[in-house]
Design a binder for this molecule. Structure first.
Ligand SMILES: Cc1ncc(COP(=O)(O)O)c(C=O)c1O
Length: 372
């Protein structure tokens, strides 16, 4: 009792005092836990905290970000429906959209989503939801969430936002009128690179439907221990995010000035076309910086191999600075033509800026840029 840290209920099942109690819990006539795929006290603490942070009525935790994304989409969409999607999404989300098309005839359209007309003209009679990533992985383009929610509400369609790149500390889509937030909690929410997890948050009615259908029956739930680790991560989310953002801003400025760098994609750059939108809806500009180096795919890969401090790895939001090559890694599943449309060129690199001293990260980038 009086434990500062939430207790870890590392259990698969819960015992009942009597057969009658078991019957009542299954019938929903008595509050209480039954089986950890259907609910667990440690997981519930995480879900309740995530709901508060996102300004949502209810949140659900999952065993991965993709489990959260798929549980939400499978719940909102039926065969023959259409999904309107931002031009650029995480590679496996793209893969899931393909799978839904092939297996269930759920079509999708990618849109730049720059004006209200972009939304309204792309919404079809069978569009059942709008799916947005912002900033978009890995091009860092920003979608105006208020504009999205206004257009969607004219048509009565829910807006789902993948808030992974921001965490609720930097961006709160529900406060901007969007309906559902999903996360790869593997990233900033965990913050330590030791958990794969996901979150979905939204209004009680939709979340309860997901919890009783796609979460329960497809079963991509989080383990209690991983939920416990995420609760630890949440305690330092704000301080970590501040440091990620400060480091990223300094590195983006330095990269822009370097002669071997062709372009920098960072929403906090005042010359970036999305700067004003980012400033309006994000507290700070985030910890990711993408950039193209002058040269080819081979030059980009050789540059990565020269790095010493910075680790070559996918994922993001960890204490360590990570670099990846989207065209051959996170977005390799996306066909080359679609990659081009999304702006993922062969010389594009994505840097997840860590918590190290920014001068150390810059020194490493600089030596690798200059030895080429
Ligand atoms: C923006 C975004 N959404 C979703 C995911 C999927 O999350 P997970 O790897 O936890 O399943 C990722 C993973 O990199 C991501 O970057």
């Amino acid at each position: 009792m009086g434990s500062l840290v939430p207790p870890l209920y590392q259990t698969s099942t819960f015992t009942f005092d009597s057969a009658d109690q078991g019957e009542k819990r299954f019938a929903g006539e008595e509050e209480g836990f039954v089986y950890s795929r259907l609910g667990n006290p440690t997981v519930k603490i995480l879900e309740d905290r995530m709901a508060v942070l996102e300004g949502a009525e209810k949140a659900l935790a999952f065993g991965s970000g993709m489990a959260a994304v798929s549980a939400v989409l499978f719940s909102l969409v039926k065969g023959g429906d259409h999904i309107l999607c931002s031009q650029g999404v995480y590679g496996c989300t793209f893969g899931l959209l393909q799978l839904m098309k092939e297996k269930f005839g759920v079509t999708h359209t990618f849109s730049q989503m720059r004006t209200k007309e972009d939304f309204l003209s792309a919404i079809q009679h069978n569009t059942s939801c709008i799916y947005i990533e912002t900033p978009i992985n890995p091009t860092m383009k920003v979608v105006d969430l208020k504009l999205a929610s206004e257009a969607a509400s004219e048509k009565g369609i829910p807006v789902i936002v993948d808030n992974t790149f921001c965490s609720p500390y930097l961006q709160k889509p529900i406060e901007l009128g969007c309906d559902i937030v999903v996360h790869s909690a593997t990233k900033y929410i965990c913050g330590h690179g030791d958990v794969i997890a996901g979150i979905a948050a939204g209004n009680r009615k939709i979340m309860e439907r997901i919890s009783k259908t796609t979460q329960k029956d497809i079963g991509g739930v989080i383990s209690p221990f991983d939920a416990w680790l995420l609760l630890r991560g949440l305690k330092t989310l704000a301080v970590r995010m501040d440091r990620h953002c400060e480091n990223a801003e300094k590195l983006a400025e330095a990269l822009v000035r370097h002669p071997s760098v062709e372009g920098v994609f960072y929403p906090g750059d005042p010359t970036n076309e999305d700067y004003m939108t980012a400033k309006k809806q994000m507290r700070k500009f985030g910890g990711l910086v993408s950039f193209t180096i002058k040269g080819t795919k081979d030059d980009a890969q050789a540059f990565m191999d020269r790095l010493k401090l910075i680790k070559i790895a996918v994922s993001l939001g960890d204490a360590e600075t990570l670099i990846q090559h989207p065209a051959t890694m996170t977005h390799a599943v996306v066909p080359a033509a679609s990659r081009q449309q999304m702006g993922i060129t062969d010389n594009l690199l994505r840097l997840s800026v860590g918590l190290e001293g920014w001068e150390d990260i810059w020194e490493d980038l600089k030596q690798a840029l200059e030895k080429g």
